[in-house]
Design a protein around this ligand. Structure first.
Ligand SMILES: [Zn+2]
Length: 558
């Protein structure tokens, strides 16, 4: 060891329950050498030359936050399109764009965009960000036809599980009433309604606008922007949960380049999408993992596999058990038939590749638990870390079964605050809406879980302290009522879910998630102590920046 750098702080919350607090942390080669006080680490300081760094003397250090489910590159691409969403967003240059309150405002915006579109009538008008829950109702073909009957119009929902198209666009996509594609929507009379729902149909609908959507060369630029967002949120590690959706090679290269050029101060795991893996590699998928392993580093690596088995929460396309949706909607399954799920998962299970399985609704959670149970019966495993992604609508019984099968959950909790009011009367009904993200049930069942944002493919910020605040307080946005109070969790448990338990969910807890000897020197630098502030103010703690492998990155204000 050549030299030590010793950071002192007002307080260090290590998230190591055995040694929970410290005042100094010594770092060398990007890793932690000692945690304690200047006095306690004296045996090191006496032997190794060192520099004292007191720039965090008035700050509080926590382990760098881990958001275990994001889509940074893909969401940046969408941010380059015309925006019609319900919350503040940014354009490709990071400039703010204003939200639109409802469907009427969105149709007006599309009309205005079309007026500016003259001269390129055969080019499609492409927009992103529609939210059928917050903006009060789905779009359809007839509404979009009233804007234009000849310019193809293509609108992607904020959670990109739905594309809405007008007649000119439907023709360009090349489907008609006789088409039998999983996920194309119809009016009650059988006529196509312009909806393309879930991965297979969305991919079909995206084909004719590939150039407009993906051809902007925006992949690298979006990573740079999202890297800034991560630093401002205290995030040092994330996992992209749909690697390969555009191209394994291009996505890997963009991340690699962004990291090499110092634009992306993060550790990133890329989790391959099973549908794409199977299409490209068939039964030889182990070859893929071998090749990727050779390329991987402590900053960028391939991890596990991702299955998508129902729709999204905000677009109201998840699958619900009895009594179902208020209006008789049924949601949508993913394109892997549920009867084939066991056979599709088994090769990954047997080869020790961690499975991340998206399940938003309780019907999908049941299917996933049945599959996990069948996998356990076929080839019993300990410490498999099978993770249910999102786990938005579930029951206490499902939490107990998940724990009994050794499974984990990575939960999107933001919706409790922003959408439990909306979906009480729209979509899922009051009971399911209130009990969104049953984290208290997971605690009582003894299951380990993480909190994630799914940023920016659902209407939620990447800001782990806000996720923790939501989980601790469960305040409904409309009236600050506490919803499903028994599902609230402690501050300590919520902070674990964005640090050490999130590391466990990504199978990185031997290296990340707490401030412990031997782990990476990754910290979130905060202005206040989240264990000391009023829990109502958890999300408002100012974030000064992050430390990644011992290097400080300042949170810029722009
Ligand atoms: Zn996702």
């Amino acid at each position: 060891m050549e030299r030590l750098r010793v950071f002192t702080a007002a307080k260090i919350r290590t998230m190591d329950p055995g040694r929970p607090e410290a005042k100094a942390v010594a770092v060398s080669d990007g890793r932690i050498v000692s945690v304690g006080t200047l006095e306690s680490m004296e045996p090191w300081l006496r032997r190794v030359p060192h520099d004292l760094d007191d720039s965090f003397a008035n700050r509080v250090l926590l382990p760098g936050f881990i958001d275990p489910h994001t889509h940074l590159r893909q969401s940046g691409i969408y941010m380059g399109l015309n925006y019609v969403g319900p919350i503040d967003s940014t354009d490709p240059n990071g400039r703010p764009v204003a939200p639109l309150p409802d469907r009427e405002a969105v149709l007006d915006r599309l009309s205005a965009l079309l007026a500016a579109h003259t001269g390129k009538r055969d080019e499609a008008l492409v927009a992103w960000g529609y939210d059928p829950g917050m903006q009060k109702g789905h779009l359809d073909r007839d509404m979009l036809d009233r804007i234009s009957s000849d310019v193809p119009i293509w609108v992607l929902a904020y959670a990109p599980h739905i594309v809405y198209a007008n007649t000119a666009m439907i023709e360009r996509i090349g489907v008609d009433e006789s088409s039998r594609v999983h996920g194309i929507g119809r009016f009650s009379d059988g006529r196509l309604n312009g909806w393309f729902v879930e991965t297979e149909a969305v991919a079909l609908a995206a084909r004719p606008v590939r150039t407009e959507v993906f051809g902007q060369g925006f992949g690298l630029e979006s990573l740079r922007l999202q890297g800034q967002v991560a630093v401002r949120s205290g995030v040092t590690t994330t996992a992209d949960m749909i690697f390969g959706i555009e191209s394994f090679d291009r996505e890997w290269d963009d991340h690699q380049t962004a990291i090499e050029q110092g634009m992306l101060p993060l550790r990133i795991l890329l989790v391959p999408f099973e549908g794409r893996l199977r299409k490209q590699y068939g039964d030889n998928f182990l070859e893929f993992y071998k090749t990727m392993e050779e390329k991987s580093s402590e900053r960028l690596a391939v991890h596990g596999v991702k299955f998508v088995n129902d729709g999204s929460y905000p677009s109201m396309t998840l699958r619900l058990n009895y009594p179902g949706y208020l209006d008789g909607e049924v949601g949508l399954r993913g394109e892997v038939p549920w009867e084939e799920m066991f056979d599709r998962m088994l090769p990954f299970w047997k080869n020790g590749i961690q499975i991340h399985s998206h399940a938003n609704g309780d019907e999908t959670v049941d299917m996933t638990l049945n599959t996990l149970s069948a996998l356990q019966n076929a080839a019993p495993r300990f410490d498999h870390r099978f993770t249910i992604e999102h786990y938005c609508i579930s029951t206490p019984a499902q939490s107990r079964r998940l724990a009994a099968l050794g499974g984990l959950a990575s939960v999107n909790a933001y919706f409790v605050h922003t959408r439990s009011g909306i979906h009480a009367d729209h979509g899922f009904g009051p009971d399911r809406a209130e009990a969104t993200a049953r984290l208290g049930s997971l605690v009582r069942a003894g299951a380990t879980f993480a909190l994630h944002s799914d940023y920016n493919l659902v209407v939620a910020p990447m800001h782990p302290l806000t996720a923790a605040w939501t989980a601790v307080n469960r305040l409904r946005a409309e009236d600050n009522t506490v919803v499903a109070p028994g599902e609230r969790i402690s501050v300590e448990r919520a902070l674990r879910a964005i640090t050490v338990d999130a590391a466990f969910v990504l199978n990185m807890d031997d290296r990340l998630g707490s401030i412990e000897v031997g782990k990476h020197a990754d910290f979130a630098v905060l202005d206040d102590d989240p264990f000391e502030v009023d829990p109502k103010n958890l999300k408002d703690i100012a974030i000064h920046g992050t430390v990644l492998g011992g290097e400080f990155h300042a949170a810029s204000s722009s």
